[in-house]
Design a protein around this ligand. Structure first.
Ligand code: NOJ
Ligand code: CA
Length: 724
């Protein structure tokens, strides 16, 4: 690791009185292409702007907050029989009346090694500017720390201690990102509880009119505006610049959404509220998460940006030997598709304390039974997997969702047909671990109440990872999935899991912001529309060409690829169609980076296509190098990656509903000769009409060769390069 501290000629900072129109301080990225300016406008209003090679990226934009006043005041009004109590605490602006009391500059350059990742070494290289502000009439202090990298900007607010601001409540964060044009954008609707949407693709000015179309069919209704969007928010300018807005290191703070002004193209932060409508509860010294503006000259550059990870703190654990990538199968898709059930009985109401499962009638479809789980273990062991997830193993699934039930699961009691000791022994005897499942049904207070016991049980039987889930409305009632209270819960669960040497894959949690750098036992999240929606009505093929630009910008996704049987009707009467070809499903193991990769289909379905399944067996899950070769959000992604353990190269791609052909130069291969095992769509493959048509060919290649590969509509490809 190297760390260089330099006094930089590139940094210019001088103190100026409030009200200046000249920048009080400017900062350049290490390569000089990006330039940030900070100044106080008339009335001491903090503003910043950003340019790339002299072109505007962020026009003058506001920094600051609206805070809740400290005087407690309520108004009670009577109207007929109705009594209303209103909180009338005055709020005040913390975005004006500032003076600049000082600036500090710094520079940083290091190479760090992630525990797992898309590469084994990541360079963290930036110039930094800290501006120190004092609100003159209140004496309250706020600093803004800017970090400028070659691939973008990060900045956060810092509230030092030893000042009049001690405890404070945020009514709203007023940060603006004023875009310089009506950029094209890829977005999902702003929602306090879910990200499980398909992406809208349109200009900033068109988001509002397209909003309704995007939210149709989604049951969660916590939209705050028809022009609200979630981050990571990808844009492209007419000049071909890629701009992405997200946040890094979301800790003890609500998740940020963006409000898009279609006329002015100004994006404004909009934080997730708590049950009372307030947004953030702070105590100095403290800081906000980093606000990020990534800037790339190409889509492949955007995908290779590690800015969000770099803005997170280094690993918090001394010993990481227990954290490792996982390739797994699971008793899962058969329930999602409707073939089996999580619940053991057909009872519609269960009181966990008193319901006697040993006397209840089994429904005959319970998938997590001893025999079925053994079949998965056998198949996973025969094919070199690490683990098998089992959902529906524990009591309580009969009325688990939509009942707003407090005590819904105890996380420790198996159903009568799931012998937890025997199944773990059996799995371990075959070199397989079982993956624990904790569906909380969003009764989070109940989960926290049982967490110690639940993790102890995992240690007792040798589980080293847990998939947790937060389906439904949060209890405590009125809280949102992305509010500060829940943000704190997710991290609490991850840290507590670390005390038990347990890795976490949380579904429905807040979208990742690079915290996996600091807490690498957070090996994946869902936090987007995953493969399950292929069984809930389907998802358009282009979805997987957008996720790497948006959702994956903050961390890996448990996307659960690998579906081989697209016709669910024949299998289990499900009318949904899986909108992908088999070659597309293979390509996802490369394009959707995650150290946790599932082969999501059933042993029976894979058994019909063992030659194609070979790629899932072979593909690595941890990488020393990644090279994005071709990409365009909404259209296609092609990437080559080198396995961390044995240096083997793989390449894969996916396309949207259009067929595409690419010529792939193999110059990433080292010296020597290789057999390229190519898994491609057959010429007549099509995601709707002929999804299972693939061709497997072998070719001797060297680094000098080029491969021509065609992807069918909704298709993809995968290549394993085996050294000769
Ligand atoms: C939603 C999750 O995304 C899915 O993977 C899981 O099977 C169900 N919840 C049940 O927990
Ligand atoms: Ca497209």
């Amino acid at each position: 690791m190297k760390k260089i501290l330099l006094a930089l000629a590139a940094l210019t900072a001088g103190l100026q009185a409030s009200g200046s129109t000249e920048p009080a301080a400017t900062l350049k990225s290490p390569d000089g292409n990006l330039e940030l300016s900070f100044w106080l406008e008339n009335g001491g209003v903090p503003k910043y702007s950003l340019t790339h090679k002299g072109t505007d990226v962020v026009l003058p934009s506001l920094l600051g907050f609206e805070l809740r006043g400290t005087v407690k005041a309520e108004k009670i009004s009577f109207e007929g029989d109705e009594i209303t109590k209103t909180d009338v605490r005055p709020c005040y602006s913390f975005a004006e009346g500032f003076e600049l009391t000082g600036t500090e500059t710094d520079s940083f350059d290091e190479v760090w090694e992630p525990v797992w990742g898309e590469e084994s070494q990541i360079r963290n290289h930036y110039n930094e500017l800290l501006v120190k502000l004092r609100q003159t009439d209140s004496d309250k202090l706020m600093n803004v720390r800017f970090r400028l990298f070659d691939d973008g900007l990060g900045f956060r607010y810092e509230f030092p201690s030893g000042q009049p601001l001690t405890y404070f409540v945020i009514k709203e964060e007023l940060t603006e990102f004023a875009m310089a044009g009506d950029h094209f954008s890829w977005w999902i609707p702003g929602d306090y509880d879910t990200q499980e949407y398909e992406y809208g693709e349109c200009r900033l000015s068109e988001i509002s009119e397209n909003f309704q179309k995007q939210v149709v069919g989604n049951s969660s209704q916590t939209f705050f505006s028809t022009s609200g969007v979630q981050t990571s928010f990808q844009m492209k300018t007419d000049d071909g610049l890629y701009i992405n807005i997200h946040e890094a290191a979301l800790v003890d703070y609500p998740c940020m959404h963006l409000l898009v002004d279609g006329d002015t193209h100004v994006l404004r932060s909009w934080l997730t509220p708590d049950a009372q409508g307030w947004k953030g509860y702070m105590q100095t010294p403290c800081n906000t998460p980093w606000r990020t503006v990534q800037v790339a000259e190409s889509a492949t550059e955007q995908l290779a940006s590690r800015l969000v990870l770099n803005l997170n703190e280094p690993c918090a654990y001394d010993d990481v030997s227990w954290i490792h990538p996982v390739k797994y199968m699971g008793v899962w898709w058969e329930m999602i598709a409707g073939y089996g059930s999580w619940a053991y009985t057909n009872a519609s109401s269960v009181k966990l304390d008193s319901f006697d499962y040993t006397k209840a009638t089994p429904n005959g479809r319970h998938s997590a039974n001893n025999e079925r789980v053994r079949q998965y273990i056998d198949f996973a062991a025969e094919n070199g997997f690490d683990a098998v997830l089992v959902e529906g193993w524990n009591i309580g699934w009969e009325d688990w969702s939509n009942c707003s039930k407090d005590y819904v699961f105890d996380f420790v009691t198996p159903y009568p047909d799931f012998d937890i000791a025997a199944l773990n022994d059996y799995a371990h005897s075959k070199g397989i671990e079982l993956i624990m499942h904790h569906e909380t049904s969003s009764s989070v207070r109940n989960y926290e109440r049982h967490m110690d016991e639940a993790y102890d049980l995992m240690n007792k039987y040798g589980y080293s990872s847990v998939k947790s889930g937060y389906v439904g409305d949060i209890i405590p009632r009125g809280e949102y999935h992305y509010g500060q209270w829940m943000v704190n819960h997710y991290l609490y669960a991850v840290k507590k899991a670390a005390d038990h040497k347990i890795m976490v894959n949380a579904h429905e949690a807040v979208r990742p912001t690079g915290l996996c750098r600091t807490y690498p036992n957070l090996i994946a999240n869902e936090s987007a529309r995953g493969t399950e929606y292929q069984a809930f009505g389907g998802t358009q093929p282009k979805h997987v060409t957008i996720l790497p630009f948006t959702r994956l910008n903050g961390g890996p996704m448990d996307f659960t690829p690998g579906i081989f049987e697209m016709n669910l009707k024949e299998w289990c009467g499900n009318n949904s169609h899986v909108n992908a070809t088999i070659a597309n499903q293979l390509g996802l193991y490369l394009t959707m980076y995650s150290p946790l990769q599932m082969a999501a289909d059933t042993p029976e379905h894979y058994s019909e296509f063992m030659d194609a399944f070979q790629f899932i067996k072979d593909v690595a899950v941890d990488w020393s190098e990644s090279r994005y070769l071709y990409a365009e959000p909404g259209d296609y992604i092609v990437v080559a990656r080198k396995a961390k353990d044995d240096g083997q190269w793989f390449c894969g791609g996916v396309t949207d509903e259009n067929a595409r052909e690419f010529e792939i130069s193999l110059d990433f291969l080292g010296d020597g000769k290789y057999t390229a095992e190519i898994y491609a769509d057959a010429p007549d493959a099509h995601y709707l009409t002929n999804p299972q048509a693939y061709e497997i060919t072998s070719k001797k290649v060297t680094a000098k060769d080029k491969l021509k590969i065609r992807m069918a509509p909704g298709g993809g490809f995968a290549v394993a390069f085996k050294p000769l």
